[in-house]
Design a protein around this ligand. Structure first.
Ligand code: ACO
Length: 314
């Protein structure tokens, strides 16, 4: 689909939270028939964090983003929590997070699997265009609760964490120049988790489709932004597998060195992974005013989403 990309909003700040408990590949060697070498070679993951609740992780990340922005939490008009692992079926975990943060605003969960944070970013720009001034977006997951710790094909990948961003109204066109959100429901069976069940995944099918979906979402966002791939300064991809990111970058003609990767220490944290990687680049001095950043993800559904922004945060 096409859309006008005028937004009038910008990401002001980001914040993250990870559980304290570290689960290394060596720990997994004690649990299933696998090896550190296999996991690193096939996924790029060395260790991951597990534990906590989705609401607690989300609130910690949200608090960090609000404090860094230096804003009064009372000025936040809406909280969007992207998650596939809510604390409860009802109510939305966003309402729990709202209470934890002491916000007085609308609150809702958004489930677009690992693409959720980018969906939330686009939605926040839309709400601001319709009159809101500040929207807090968070991606938070406790996938360890949905992981079958006896299944070596999935338990090496998934983990817990959270990342947040304050998005606020700004004069002018804002930071979002192009975006694309997508879903292919025919691939539902390739990755799913039933109520009270555990994640089941056809890894190779996901791998193949993920590379194509990331490329497609990125190309459509770049086209809307009227930018070429070589104008992108930083790629912040969903952290599912280093090889998926390498293959996607190759197809897009963007050097892998331009990516922000945290998967080696976080594993796959679904909707939290893009803000975790964005914050890592930001705190590491890799994000400068005016930089063009491509955020791109894919996930169960199969969803995909991308956004091209020009950094205008603090
Ligand atoms: N340790 C050792 N051996 C293993 C393990 C393991 N943990 N898991 C599988 N193997 C074996 C397999 O049994 C197979 O053995 P065989 O050849 O004797 O049959 C062999 O290793 C190769 O298995 P493949 O499935 O071909 O391995 P592949 O290179 O495809 O890597 C992986 C598997 C890492 C799961 C990869 O397919 C992948 O990353 N897929 C995408 C998954 C993904 O991104 N999911 C999330 C997307 S959505 C979201 O983020 C929530």
């Amino acid at each position: 689909m096409t859309s006008t990309a005028i937004s009038g909003a910008r990401i002001l700040s980001v914040g993250t939270a990870l559980p304290e408990q570290v689960l290394t590949n060596e720990d997994l060697e004690q649990m299933v028939d696998t090896s550190h070498e296999w996991i690193v070679e096939r996924s790029g993951i060395h260790e991951r964090r597990i534990g906590g609740t989705t609401s607690d992780l989300a609130a910690s990340a949200g608090k960090a983003a609000i404090e860094r922005a230096g804003i009064d939490p009372a000025t936040i008009d809406l909280l969007i929590l992207a998650t596939t692992s809510p604390d409860r079926r009802v109510p939305a975990t966003a309402s729990t997070v709202q209470e934890l943060l002491g916000l007085q605003c609308g609150a809702m969960d958004l489930n677009a699997a690992c693409s959720g944070f980018v969906y939330a970013l686009v939605a926040a720009h839309g709400f601001i265009e319709m009159g809101h001034s500040r929207v807090l977006i968070i991606g938070a997951e406790t996938l360890s609760r949905m992981t079958d710790w006896t299944d070596r094909t999935t338990c090496i990948l998934f983990a817990d964490g959270a990342g947040a961003a304050v998005v606020e109204k700004t004069d002018g066109a804002g930071d979002l120049h192009g975006w694309h959100v997508d879903s292919n429901g025919s691939l539902e069976e390739a990755l799913f988790c039933d109520f009270d069940g555990k994640i089941e995944m056809a890894g190779q099918a996901i791998f193949k489709n993920a590379v194509l979906a990331m490329e497609n979402a990125a190309r459509k966002s770049l086209a809307m932004a009227d930018m070429s791939a070589d104008q992108i300064d930083l790629v912040v991809p969903h952290q599912a597998n280093v090889r998926i990111v390498e293959a996607s970058c190759k197809r897009l003609g963007i050097p892998y060195e331009k990516t922000s990767m945290v998967i080696h220490r976080t594993g796959n944290t679904s909707s939290a992974s893009i803000p975790l990687a964005l914050e890592d680049a930001w705190t590491g001095g890799r994000v400068n005013q005016g930089d063009n950043i491509l955020l791109v993800g894919f996930g169960a559904g199969m969803t995909s989403a991308a956004a091209v922004i020009t950094w205008d945060g603090i």
